[in-house]
Design a protein around this ligand. Structure first.
Ligand code: GDP
Length: 445
């Protein structure tokens, strides 16, 4: 069973996999950590072990280092990386039902967890676009809203090196660097998400980096790129990028993955304001297109995907108290309502949840302006004292215009809880077990 974990940078993939593996490794001794994973609740888990990395080219997820970071004093968040990684586990369990038990049967599940940057999914629409179409759409976005001031240096450079000028590899490289700088500024400065191509900020292992040295350009309407021009050089690289990098990735994803969880940091986008939230939605729609079911499923049409369960999870739900976590789940469900319906028709399952891979807070109450409000209480990283944190109200549907007046307060980075030892008693979480039961419950039955 191959379970893929994805999400944009910072969405919580590393924390999720660390918690998932550590809690599973602890699940036989500490079934109470995963009460909603039926196989543990029914005490059917017999042994779970981490397998040595295989001989395949994919780098191993640094499980031991990640768990060790949580066991230091003070505990640290495991370092995230930006490439494809995997972790292999073997789960031995008693099958459910009378038959399985009566036969004294023992079943074994080999679980391969694959972790890849969600940014790579943003390249799916490129496969259906020409360089001209992609350039037009990307430039249109770059000239408006929060992007416009950040795009200035890059656009000025393109004005000095227009599409019809001689195709100079050095100038193309410079244009690419400026464009990538623009994407990075959109991400860090404005918390924007729809940043294409996905490999520009998260390249992963690419044998020939010159494949990436292109960027969109303003092109004259109707005209073909003249041979030897900047436009022709950029177009050739764009096409090579699609063929050598994007296509093989989706082929692999479709062939190798059975189940998928997509992590989304909805709270951060809400926090960053209207532009960031709207942009995360656009990026999310693009990612959704990869996991659509039914007749419009691109992954199926192009690559014959076999993924049959997809879970969309709003992460870091321990930043908000219990009632708001329900809101967060409702908001996530709202964002995936259409694909959920399509999936049913395709005998696949899509669901939404809110979870905290590593729970750093507890719920409490406070009095603000004479009113009792729910808060979360946790220790901000590097601080001596716990704070009572009131995050604001999470809307259950994508928020209307008026909502954005009251920005959320900036979320603190909470210190993770310290775990006793690498093979100890797991790590606190919210809904990790429910997520696992949705993703794997049937194969552990
Ligand atoms: P990745 O880039 O998708 O691998 O993201 P990480 O897993 O590295 O998460 C980025 C940061 O988000 C972490 O360093 C934590 O500060 C925070 N984070 C991730 N998961 C949680 C969680 O469950 N609860 C809280 N409070 N913070 C989290």
């Amino acid at each position: 069973m191959r379970l893929a974990v994805t999400g944009l940078s910072g969405s919580g993939k590393t924390a999720f996999i660390t918690s998932l593996v550590h809690n599973l490794l602890s699940a036989v001794g500490q079934p109470a950590r995963l009460p909603f994973l039926r196989a543990t609740a029914e005490r059917r888990m017999l042994a779970i072990r981490l397998d040595p990395p295989g001989t395949e080219a994919i780098a191993p997820f640094p499980v031991r280092e990640a768990i060790a970071a949580l066991a230091t004093d003070p505990p640290r968040w495991p370092a995230s990386t930006t490439d494809l990684r995997r972790a292999d586990l073997t789960l031995r369990f008693t099958p459910a039902g009378l038959l399985g038990r009566a036969a004294g049967g023992i079943a074994e599940l080999r679980l391969e967890i694959i972790d890849y940057p969600g940014e790579w999914l943003l390249d799916l629409p490129l496969l259906g676009q020409s360089y001209r179409e992609w350039s037009r759409a990307t430039l249109e976005r770059a000239r408006h809203g929060a992007r416009a001031p950040l795009a200035q240096d890059w656009l000025d450079f393109l004005a000095r090196h227009p599409a019809d000028s001689t195709g100079d590899p050095d100038a193309a490289r410079q244009a690419h660097d400026l464009y990538r700088g623009f994407l990075a500024a959109c991400r860090t400065g404005e918390q924007l998400s729809l940043l294409q191509p996905g490999r520009f900020l998260n390249p992963g292992q690419i044998a020939d980096p010159s494949l990436l040295w292109f960027c969109p350009m303003p092109l004259a309407i109707g005209a073909q790129a003249r041979a030897g021009s900047m436009a022709a050089l950029m177009e050739a690289r764009f096409d090579a990028y699609k063929q050598v990098v994007v296509q093989p990735f989706f082929t692999q994803l479709a062939r190798r993955v059975d189940r998928q969880i997509v992590l989304v940091d909805v709270l951060r986008a809400l926090n960053a304001g209207q532009a960031a939230f709207a942009d995360q939605r656009l990026a999310f729609e693009t990612i959704l297109a990869a996991f659509r079911f039914g007749r419009r499923s691109l992954l199926r049409l192009l690559f014959g995907a076999r993924i049959d369960r997809v879970l969309f999870a709003a992460t870091k739900a321990d930043h908000v108290p219990a009632l708001q976590r329900d809101h967060l789940e409702a908001l996530m469900a709202n964002l995936v309502a259409v694909p959920t319906l399509r999936a049913e028709a395709a005998h696949a399952r899509v669901a939404a949840t809110a979870l905290a891979s590593i729970r750093c807070t507890e719920d409490g109450t406070d009095v603000i302006d004479g009113r009792k409000v729910d808060v979360v209480i946790g220790l901000p990283e590097g601080s001596e004292h716990r704070v009572r944190f009131f995050p604001g109200i999470v809307p259950v549907t994508p928020p209307p215009e008026g909502f954005w007046g009251e920005r959320f307060t900036e979320f603190p980075v909470f210190q993770p809880p310290r775990i006793a030892s690498a093979d100890g008693d797991g790590v606190p979480h919210i809904n990790l077990d429910k997520a696992l039961d949705f993703l794997l419950g049937d194969v552990l039955a």
